[in-house]
Design a protein around this ligand. Structure first.
Ligand code: AMP
Length: 292
């Protein structure tokens, strides 16, 4: 497999993009690639003629007390993974290329981004939306591929594409997990060995809730969510939210689960200093944007 072409400036990307008019697929990442990212790169390959991975730790989506400075950066290893997955080009710009000091334009989605992670990370979805719209304008992909690990992020991005009439397709792949159920994340490296052992409890709770809710459509999610939340808190997790919400608009599923709709059961919880997010999908067959 040939090494991907590495593009580090907006000018280089534009001239690369102008040299082709084939079907372009984009996989945006912040680097520190793991098997979840590799799966995205593998799955987009047969769907496009040219695959472009973007690699940029987006400062806009980090809050003032978050982990921007210590976010893992593993550029050489990332390039090897991209090469193994037959990626054509990697766009890895310097911050100054995208956000020069005079930068002043921001995108905000006002509904889906106001719940769950949006409450605890108020800058997050605006930062993501702004960055993704810039990447869309630069790369001009026909298709982009995302991970359901960040299901709320995928829904916010899809809504932005729809609201702003972008002529592009966005699909998402199921969350890639360790064998014990922990969702792969670049941030898992922050976990101590003891925390790493405990972390799969999150997926166990989500799986139990999914099982119960899919078994009986008359069951109300609220008491089940409360029970599992308490279990996790007794085991040392600081739970920010544990919600069951409908796809695609993220309404709270107060009155139970309808068989004709997809839902997510989603959580954010601190384990020590590390913030973990995860979710499971109920009735995934009702969510046409999932790519298996
Ligand atoms: P990030 O580098 O964390 O910004 O993630 C880049 C892309 O990889 C996003 O679309 C994520 O949703 C996706 N991703 C991250 N972790 C996983 C995972 N465990 N399984 C599937 N996709 C993932």
């Amino acid at each position: 497999m040939a090494a991907p072409k590495v593009l580090t400036s907006v000018a280089e990307l534009r001239s690369f993009r102008k040299s082709t008019n084939t079907k372009v697929g984009m996989v945006p990442t912040m680097g520190a690639l793991h098997a979840g990212h590799a799966t995205l790169l593998r799955k987009i390959r047969p769907l496009c003629d040219l695959s472009i991975m973007t690699l940029f730790v987006n400062p806009l989506q980090f809050g003032p007390n978050e982990d921007l400075a210590k976010y893992p950066r593993t550029f050489e290893a990332d390039l090897r993974i991209a090469q193994n997955e037959n990626v054509d080009a990697v766009f890895a710009p310097e911050i100054s290329q995208l956000y020069p000091p005079e930068y002043s334009t921001y995108v905000k989605e006002n509904v889906l981004s106001q719940s769950m992670c949006g409450i605890f990370r108020p800058q997050f979805f605006g930062g993501v939306a702004t960055q993704v719209l810039k990447l869309q304008n630069l790369v001009q992909p026909d298709l982009s591929l995302w991970g359901l690990k960040d299901a709320q992020q995928f829904l916010v991005i899809s809504k932005m594409f729809k609201d702003l009439n972008l002529d592009t397709e966005a699909l998402a792949i199921p969350t890639v997990r360790e064998s014990d159920g922990l969702a792969l994340s670049s941030r898992n490296t922050y976990l101590s060995p003891e925390e790493r052992q405990k972390a799969p409890m999150i997926f166990q709770s989500l799986t139990r809730i999914k099982g119960e809710l899919e078994k009986s459509s008359s069951l109300l999610p609220q008491s089940l969510l409360k029970e599992e939340r308490q279990k996790l808190e007794l085991s040392g997790f600081q739970v920010q939210y544990l919600d069951c919400r409908a796809v695609p608009n993220l309404e709270v599923a107060h009155s139970g689960i309808q068989p004709t709709k997809a839902y997510i059961v989603a959580i954010a919880a601190f384990l020590g200093q590390t913030r973990l997010i995860d979710n499971v999908v109920l009735h995934p067959e009702q969510w046409p944007e999932i790519l298996y």
